[in-house]
Design a protein. Structure first.
Lengths: 154, 909
């Protein structure tokens, strides 16, 4: 069930377009902002609100890697795996995180604190290697510097 | 025409095509995946790459996608260019990295476009040695098997299912090399046209689940050209047989009729032919003086002699034909009993409705379009028909027709029709004018400009008002409400503003005024110089053929027997209990001294017969049906049935011979029978020409029904007899039950299947068409028997009916049609069972309130002393004063419009 607040926000978005379907991505983002991820029931609920079928909403939802169709940890780490960062040490960064928690890309730490996913270019190539934790960009990283950064995210 | 250069050779090609179409039309081999003739190009797979050169001095060239490049004048391309070839090989190699190479266990094997294209491209070394991504498959319902690992991401399925067929419960999920085609959760595909995925998908992701139960490779199937028996449209099909069992139905392209597709009723309704309950033997039912019945299998010769005696003793015999039996069968019955004793097997009402349609098309100025042409209409009014459930493929054509008007936007900015993504981008969600006026909501409403739900008489009144809005001389009803008048104005304006306006009506509402109103509208349009078209749906596969043959109605037959004016009643392929009141049919059987029924499936009527003769079902015999367009089409025997089973018309011929009415030479072949038909019934003249006669030979040879790779011919019967049996004779067509014969250019009506070297899948079709999407070479099969009278201007039909008046106690029954369930034969096929609804009584909210019932409560429906109990379904779309009942359900036998039915609440006890 979508909360009244979510419905309200989705309605506001839907009103901006000629076709209600155009608000599908925004609706998914709204649900994710409130719930952390998008569960199956919400896919159906969004579909109902926007005159779409669940298949249509899910097609959009599963296409975008920043819409999470599975639960994620309290914080999502997006490690840049694109060219510049690759050249500048993405692999050692990834290995460091993997060794620290024993999780692979796409997985969540056992305590539910972090989820690790790859991302193609965060647009900060001049400061590679980079990663983002939630909405914060961190750059010029080394395996050592990252540990201190992680402390800030409970 | 334009000249293009392919590998330095000049070719003449038709304007407006893309290079891929042009190359395929020229008979050249060029590989492709995402392009489909009915879906157009999107340039997604990169499989169709060719080299394009600036001019003859350009030696470098550049790779282009042939499906996305117009075949414009003087363009120079190379298919054989080394770089282009390597590119095409590489594309296949990439598409195949995740493909499981499981051809031996894949149902697509042997007719797989991916196999063909892989061979064509020359790619044979797989170097990918890593883990493949795998998917979980879904249960998509009783019709389609899902095996996602075989997917090569061409996107055809989703473009077909969503963009073309309008289905919204199927999609593509995720991205990059992990895309998934299916539903958001497992479940039955809702589209009435889902089965086409089997032929659209170039690999084995979607395969026929019903065929899987008795799987046979394509090359092991015996096939022949056939016609669908499950509605009045007459789609062309290719049934396939092995070991005396019908294994599947595939589409058979007819450019004028069904094109590339079939509906799911037509594709999956075939299993009644394989039923263990089939009538396969001559059955004699004896009743002794105490009324005790014994049923015994009888010897054919004895029974024929017995029947000959019955018919000879100065007895009067009457014949009751059927709209689901062939022209030949109905005619043979008429010939046996004499025209004065022949009855069409349709009720008086049904006969009147169908005859009225034919009359309108024959005497009026409006032409009836082919099924294909319905897709060309740019403004449509549907009057009274639930098209999706009554004439399914017509609905699929209407889904294309609504694109025509908005397509002008794309044309204006120079986008060719085949450029699918660009056209859809320009058109967006805009739809051309489609007005739907029906008793209750229909599935096509979702693409309609506006809809109107009302009782049948009121639908007719709307029609009259539309005609009047086009031509004030056309009559209109009294007391036309402002709302109806305004809607009529809107519809009239849209129809007048169109280049190809079309009105669709039919017999579904059992209301002649609707048919007449539709005629008035198109005649009004024709008067104002519009090339308006009028299409009627027909209730059954040969309703039009039966009506053209003529004869008295079933009502009169019943009366004749009741009056004691008939001793012997012969019924051909007709379950009378589906048509007339139970009490009346019972009375017929009580009064008739002897009843002979010829049918292939057991019915309530065969249960009453003294003698039952086993008839051939459609793949077991030859015959001709006339579809709603008035197109006579031949179906050719696919395999020889066991035992005494033979075409009904052959049984009737045998009776004629046994009674001495004819000598053995008469109607020895179908062609000779048709010659008699043409001689006796001018309205049917032309039926003989819808396929070449049995004597036709191509280079002195017959046409083989079996593929040249047909296996096991010497082994498949070895458990019975080690010697190979003699090839069975077919007196009725130039086809032979053999692998030997002529394979090459043939009249389209004789083509058993589409196959060409290197083209083993349905895509081989391009080798048989005059142009992509155009007619089959030598002309599409079928002969049109109905054309408008030149220069005719018949008078408008008189006044509209009065406003529908709600009655105090009874409610007007309105038939609600179901693609699965409303048609007799497909409903006998087990794969459809789970899609057939249970009996229900649909009521408007105000009727439900008046009866104090809610959804799920039980009501009793009473009509002429018979009673049914059914759960209530409250439907806001139903007009007040009516009760909607599912049409043709076995559970409700005859419970049909337009009767006034008493509906009462059944209190829970
Ligand atoms: S499922 Fe078939 S049609 Fe659909 S994308 Fe895959 S290969 Fe193409
Ligand atoms: S539309 Fe009618 S004729 Fe065509 S396949 Fe379906 S049931 Fe058969
Ligand atoms: S490649 Fe990592 S930020 Fe651009
Ligand atoms: S067929 Fe041309 S790109 Fe797919």
């Amino acid at each position: 069930m979508l909360t009244d607040e979510m419905k309200h926000e989705i309605e506001a978005e839907a009103g901006l377009y000629e076709q209600r379907q155009a608000a599908a991505i925004e609706a998914l983002k709204i649900v994710q902002r409130h719930r952390g991820w998008v569960d199956d029931a919400s896919v159906g609920d969004i579909a109902a609100v926007l005159n779409m079928t669940p298949d249509e909403v899910d097609s959009v939802a599963t296409f975008y890697n920043l819409i999470y169709r599975r639960p994620v940890g309290r914080h999502v780490i997006r490690v840049c795996s694109s060219v510049s960062c690759y050249v500048m040490g993405y692999a050692s960064l990834r290995e460091h995180l993997r060794a620290r928690w024993g999780i692979a890309l796409g997985e969540t730490t056992k305590d539910g604190r972090f989820t690790l996913i790859p991302n193609q270019c965060l647009g900060a190539c001049d400061h590679a290697p980079t990663l983002m934790i939630d909405d914060d960009l961190h750059h010029d990283l080394t395996p050592e510097s990252i540990d201190a950064i992680l402390e800030k995210y409970e | 025409m334009a000249t293009i250069y392919i590998d330095d050779k000049p070719y003449e090609v038709k304007d407006g095509q893309n290079l891929l179409q042009a190359c395929l039309s020229l008979g050249l081999n060029l590989s492709y995946f995402c392009w489909h003739p009915a879906l157009g190009s999107v340039g997604a797979c990169r499989q169709c790459a060719v080299k394009q050169f600036k001019d003859e001095n350009d030696k470098q060239g550049r790779l282009v996608m042939s499906c996305m490049t117009p075949a414009s004048a003087n363009i120079r391309i190379s298919i054989g260019d080394a770089e282009a070839k390597e590119f095409r090989q590489d594309v296949i190699e990439h598409l195949m990295t995740n493909h499981p190479h499981d051809c031996p266990v894949c149902d697509e094997g042997g007719e797989c476009h991916l196999q063909d294209m892989t061979v064509m491209s020359g790619h044979h070394d797989r170097e990918y040695r890593f883990k493949k991504r795998t998917h979980i498959n879904q249960d998509l319902g009783p019709f389609i098997n899902h095996e996602m690992n075989r997917c090569i991401q061409c996107y055809r399925c989703v473009r077909y299912y969503r963009d073309y067929a309008g289905g919204r419960d199927f999609n593509v999920f995720a991205s990059h090399d992990n895309v998934y085609f299916g539903r958001h959760e497992p479940g039955t595909l809702e589209s009435e046209f889902s089965g086409n995925l089997v032929e659209v998908c170039p690999t084995g992701v979607f395969t026929d689940k019903t065929q899987k139960k008795h799987y046979t490779r394509r090359w092991d199937l015996q096939v022949a050209p056939s016609i669908c028996v499950h509605c009045g449209l007459g789609c062309n099909t290719t049934p396939g047989e092995r070991y005396g069992q019908l294994r599947r139905i595939r589409n058979r392209y007819n450019g004028e009729v069904n094109g590339y597709f079939l509906c799911d009723r037509g594709r999956y309704g075939y299993e009644f032919v394989n039923s263990a309950q089939r009538v396969k033997q001559v059955v004699y039912r004896r009743r002794d003086d105490a009324g005790v019945e014994t049923v015994e299998k009888a010897v054919k010769g004895d029974v024929l002699r017995y029947l000959a005696r019955l018919l000879a003793d100065g007895a009067t015999a009457i014949g009751i034909g059927s709209p689901r039996a062939s022209v030949e069968t109905n005619f043979a019955l008429r010939a046996l009993v004499g025209p004065e004793n022949y009855f069409t097997g349709m009720t008086a009402l049904e006969t009147r409705l169908v005859s009225s349609m034919i009359e309108i098309l024959k005497t009026g100025p409006a032409r009836t379009p082919s099924l294909d042409e319905i897709g060309d209409a740019d403004a449509v009014l549907v009057l009274g028909e639930d098209v999706t459930n009554v004439a399914p493929m017509m609905a699929l054509r209407l889904r294309q027709s609504v694109r025509n008007e908005p397509m002008a936007v794309a044309h204006k900015i120079g986008i060719p029709d085949w450029n699918d993504a660009a056209v859809r981008g320009a058109v967006q969600t805009k739809k051309g004018p489609l007005f739907i006026a029906t008793p209750a909501a229909t599935k096509l409403d979702e693409i309609a400009t506006s809809t109107y739900n009302a009782a049948p008489d009121n639908l007719a009144r709307l029609g009259y008002a539309v005609a009047n809005a086009i031509d004030p001389e056309a009559p209109t009803g009294d007391r036309v409400s402002a709302e109806v008048r305004q809607l009529a104005e809107t519809i009239a304006t849209a129809l007048k503003g169109a280049k190809k306006p079309l009105v669709i009506a039919g017999a579904s509402c059992a209301n002649e005024c609707i048919i007449q109103a539709a005629a008035n509208i198109v005649w009004a349009l024709c008067k104002t110089e519009h090339a308006a078209a009028l299409s009627f749906t027909a209730p059954e596969c040969n309703s039009v053929g039966a009506a053209l043959l003529g004869g008295r109605s079933l009502d009169e037959a019943i009366q004749t027997v009741r009056d004691g004016r008939a001793d012997v009643v012969i019924i051909a392929e007709n379950d009378l209990y589906r048509r007339a009141k139970r009490a009346d049919v019972d009375a017929l059987f009580e009064h008739a001294k002897h009843v002979v029924v010829i049918d292939h499936s057991p019915t309530a009527t065969t249960a009453k017969a003294e003698v039952t003769l086993p008839a051939a079902a459609f793949p077991e015999g030859d015959g001709t049906f006339v579809n709603n367009e008035g197109r006579a089409q031949r179906f050719i025997q696919v395999y020889v049935p066991e035992g005494d089973v033979q075409e009904s018309w052959r049984w009737l011929r045998a009776l004629r011979v046994a009674t001495g009415k004819a000598d053995v030479a008469e109607w020895a072949t179908l062609d000779l029978a048709l010659a008699s038909v043409e001689e006796a019934v001018p309205a049917l003249s032309g039926v003989r020409n819808c396929a070449p006669p049995p004597a036709f030979r191509a280079l002195g040879q017959k046409v083989p029904r079996q593929a040249h790779r047909y296996s096991g011919r010497t082994a498949m019967r070895a458990n019975i007899n080690v010697s190979e049996p003699k090839i069975q004779e077919d007196p009725d067509s130039p086809l032979t039950f053999s692998m030997e014969g002529y394979r090459g250019e043939l009249p389209a009506s004789l083509l058993p299947s589409f196959w060409a070297p290197g083209w083993n899948s349905a895509q081989a079709l391009t080798r048989f068409q005059e142009e992509i999407g155009g007619p089959l070479r030598g002309g599409d099969p079928g002969v049109r028997l109905i054309e408008p009278a030149a220069g005719s201007a018949p008078a408008y039909f008189g006044d509209a009916p009065k406003v529908f008046a709600v009655r105090k106690n009874d409610r007007l029954a309105v038939s609600l049609y179901h693609i699965f369930g409303s048609e007799e034969l497909s409903a006998l096929s087990p794969p459809l069972a789970e899609r057939i609804p249970a009996l229900y009584a649909a009521l408007s909210p105000s009727d439900a309130e008046a009866l104090e019932v809610a959804n799920g409560d039980t009501v009793e429906l009473r009509l002429n002393g018979a009673a049914w109990r059914a759960p209530v379904s409250v439907r806001p779309d139903l007009p007040r004063g009516t009760v909607g009942v599912p049409a043709g359900l076995a559970a409700a036998e005859f419970l049909s419009a337009p009767a006034w039915i008493s509906v009462e609440k059944v209190s829970a006890t």
